[in-house]
Design a binder for this molecule. Structure first.
Ligand SMILES: Nc1ncnc2c1ncn2[C@@H]1O[C@H](COP(=O)(O)OP(=O)(O)O)[C@@H](O)[C@H]1O
Ligand SMILES: [Mg+2]
Length: 332
């Protein structure tokens, strides 16, 4: 039997990609386990994605500017081999409207105004209507703080220009600015195959000079771990890897900022045990996928059970606020 073969999907942009050691660590650890591992940008036109037994999504950080092409690639790969995490989770998690879905299933989230592309919006009216003196504007499809901007009463004109420019081409979300992002810090809780492995405090980068503590490995409370487990329990199946990003709101209540199941940085260099656990699980799944391909006793995607499709996010409710067409959906 040939060596089991894995492809780790990355991105081609060196400026984005050079920041993260996860993939190289994982590749080296998998080689030790006898898994032949390629690191390939997801949009490499020369690579044959039907060759690896399993494709592991990792640092595909440049997809937000080409989400349709990325989704098409995801669907194509899952037709010809096994993709982790699976396509249906990727499809659901690609747009931050999944937060709305989770919110409707009882997960506390940050209050959010969801703005479809092309909607005419007065930022001043929106902030006034919600009594928000400072807000964060971010695209509904984003990674690495892409186009995220903090706006206060003093910078509302620049903020309006930024918002209008984004809305010309994509959907945008607006949230009240939460100081906990730079004070206590946003916490990233990492889970491998449903098991909590470690947590990081994330660095706040939207405004210079505010974050005194920076990125660091941290212990997290049982409350935070239980919250994150609750979030994951809303998924139709346990993802191979997941990161739950938490923060506290103005009332010090824990809220979900993001659930990342496509391309989260996993901070493996900070957690030897997590690297070991992921290596073991990826290795097991790759061998299993190879076995399936060889024996051909079951369809390639037997593991994706039909009839268990994730509930789509419900349609946006449009609410007229301040004379503009905006939707307020995540207020508790
Ligand atoms: N409501 C908010 N208040 C303050 N800072 C925020 C808020 N939302 C996001 N940020 C900051 O912007 C960063 C990027 O936003 P996030 O929602 O994590 O999107 P992504 O990581 O996908 O770009 C966060 O890590 C945080 O530092
Ligand atoms: Mg984030």
């Amino acid at each position: 039997m040939p060596q089991p073969h894995l492809a780790i999907a990355t991105c081609a942009q060196p400026a984005l990609y050079s920041q993260e050691p996860d993939d190289a660590l994982l590749q080296a650890a998998l080689h030790q386990e006898g898994i032949n591992t390629d690191l390939v940008p997801w949009d490499d036109p020369t690579y044959d994605w039907s060759r690896p037994d399993l494709v592991l999504l990792r640092s595909t950080w440049d997809y937000p500017t080409r989400p349709a092409a990325f989704l098409e690639w995801v669907e194509g790969v899952s037709q010809v081999t096994t993709l982790c995490n699976p396509a249906e989770l990727v499809r659901w998690n690609l747009q931050k409207t999944y937060l709305l879905d989770l919110h409707l299933r009882g997960v506390p989230t940050i209050p959010t105004v969801w703005l479809p592309a092309q909607s005419p919006v007065s930022l001043t009216s929106l902030m006034h209507a919600h009594n928000w003196s400072q807000v964060v504007i971010k695209p509904v499809i984003g990674t690495s703080s892409r186009e995220a901007h903090v706006v206060s009463a003093q910078t509302v004109e620049t903020g309006q220009r930024h918002l209008s420019r984004l809305l010309e081409r994509e959907a945008v979300m607006v949230q009240p600015f939460l100081p906990a992002f730079y004070a206590a810090g946003e916490r990233a809780l990492i889970f491998i195959n449903g098991v909590f492995t470690h947590a990081m405090r994330k660095r706040f980068t939207l405004m210079e000079g505010l974050d005194q503590a920076g990125q660091q490995s941290i212990p997290v409370s049982e409350e935070e771990q239980a919250f994150a487990r609750e979030v994951l329990s809303r998924l139709p199946r346990v993802p191979l890897y997941a990161r739950v990003d938490l923060v506290r709101d103005h009332r010090h209540t824990l809220v979900l900022n993001e659930l990342e199941i496509i391309e989260p940085v996993l901070y493996l260099s900070h957690a030897h045990e997590a690297l070991g656990r992921l290596t073991e699980e990826v290795s097991r799944r790759t061998r299993q996928a190879q076995q399936r391909q060889v024996t051909q006793t079951e369809p390639l995607h037997q593991h994706v059970r039909q009839g268990q499709r994730m509930q789509e996010a419900p349609p946006l409710v449009v609410d007229g606020v301040g004379g503009s067409s905006v939707s307020l959906l995540s207020r508790r």
